[in-house]
Design a protein around this ligand. Structure first.
Ligand SMILES: C[S@@+](CC[C@H](N)C(=O)[O-])C[C@H]1O[C@@H](n2cnc3c(N)ncnc32)[C@H](O)[C@@H]1O
Length: 357
């Protein structure tokens, strides 16, 4: 009996060793996946495949000629991206191989509804990649927050002084807003009924608010963000842009909407922002609609790993931000003076938290 048990234990350990020997390469060369995808976006591979006309899928030589690339190098990139199922190969009638899109490669198109291209380019820009080197120092608490250690100032001040970086950041946020807002509308439509005005606090370039106003045209939207952000935002029907500082005050409206803003700040700062939102809404019918990750709420959810990654992203990108558990949300909301709140899951990384004065 004991021998059989030892034998089984040995087999499990052996299988784990074998798996580790394969898995460890992900951590040695894992960045090559990101770099190859970034390269595909910069070259415009997905766009070129999309724009290709004709009965056959685009061949390597056609793609290389469109993109003005060396076919030999492009072949190596395409072989890699096909292996990782970003693109697919398909035979042509001319007995060669062509390339076609997959649902994943369509996320690399520029200017498409589901595009994540700007988000990928932002997260893998030199400015952001350099901050990751400061992670262990900040965990040991003997270093500055990683972004400040790398750039000498925080993300927001850096953005205000670097318009190119700020624009890419706003576009990257708009990309993921285009994914999140349909999930909000699908999962929580009733949240917006009865509202005449809605202020999007830290609303970036207004993409999310514009989508909400299109779905609920009776609402007038106020897109509120830092002055340098709203000065670059496009004018859109049904909404106005207001520049300011949410730590000072928030424009008045029936409800305040905060999507992926509070996770940029520590508890004390969150409480201050939430108190200012509470001041901005009516005491009787007002509410604050928060769109944020809730860690550990559904550990088996397919997107839980994204919430955990996002928490580490907050450690590196912001000075004090974090993703929160439901208990941590309860704490900041109570401290900000809200009497009750409800957490609703939606089909997204984030949940909806509705808080009432
Ligand atoms: C992570 S982004 C979220 C953008 C948008 N809500 C979304 O989800 O797509 C955080 C936003 O907060 C804004 N922000 C930072 N500090 C602010 C402040 N003191 N007052 C107003 N907005 C601020 C930033 O400019 C940025 O647009």
């Amino acid at each position: 009996m004991a021998e059989a048990k030892n034998e089984l234990l040995y087999k499990v350990e052996e299988a784990e060793e074998e798996a580790a020997a394969v898995e460890v390469w992900k951590y040695i060369f894992g960045f090559s996946n990101i770099a190859a995808v970034k390269c595909a976006i910069e070259l415009g591979i997905a766009d070129s495949i999309q724009n290709h006309q004709g009965p056959n899928p685009i061949t390597l030589s056609e793609l290389a000629s469109n993109l003005k690339c060396s076919p030999t190098s492009l072949h190596r990139i395409m072989r890699f991206l096909v292996h990782f199922r970003i693109f697919k190969e398909q035979p042509t009638t001319g007995d060669t191989i062509g390339y076609v899109q997959t649902p994943l490669s369509r996320r690399l198109l520029t200017g498409e509804e589901n595009s994540m291209a700007s988000f990928i380019l932002f997260e893998n820009s030199p400015v952001i990649l350099s901050v990751w080197h400061g992670l262990s120092a900040s965990v040991r608490a003997d270093g500055n927050p990683p972004f400040e250690a790398a750039h000498g100032q925080d993300l927001w001040k850096f953005a205000a002084e670097n318009p190119g970086h700020s624009k890419l950041f706003d576009e990257s946020m708009a990309c993921s807003a285009r994914m999140a807002v349909p999930a909000i509308i699908e999962g929580c439509s009733e949240t917006f009924h009865g509202l005449k005005t809605l202020v999007d606090v830290g609303g970036g370039n207004g993409t999310a608010l514009h989508m909400l106003i299109k779905a609920y045209p009776w609402i007038h939207g106020i897109n509120f963000d830092l002055p340098h952000v709203v000065s670059e935002a496009t004018e859109r029907d049904g909404l106005s842009h207001t520049g300011g500082d949410m730590f000072h005050s928030v424009p008045k409206a029936d409800a305040a909407f905060l999507m992926r803003v509070l996770h940029d700040w520590n508890d004390e700062e969150c409480i201050q922002i939430l108190k200012n939102c509470k001041e901005a809404i009516p005491k009787d019918i007002g509410k604050v609609i928060i769109v944020e990750a809730v860690i550990g709420e559904d550990r088996n959810d397919k997107l839980e790993y994204v919430r955990l990654m996002l928490d580490i992203v907050m450690m590196t990108h912001t000075s004090s931000g974090k993703e929160r558990t439901s208990k941590e949300w309860e704490f900041v909301l109570r401290e900000a003076g809200f009497s009750r709140h409800i957490i609703k899951p939606i089909r997204a990384v984030q949940f909806i938290i509705e808080a009432f004065p």
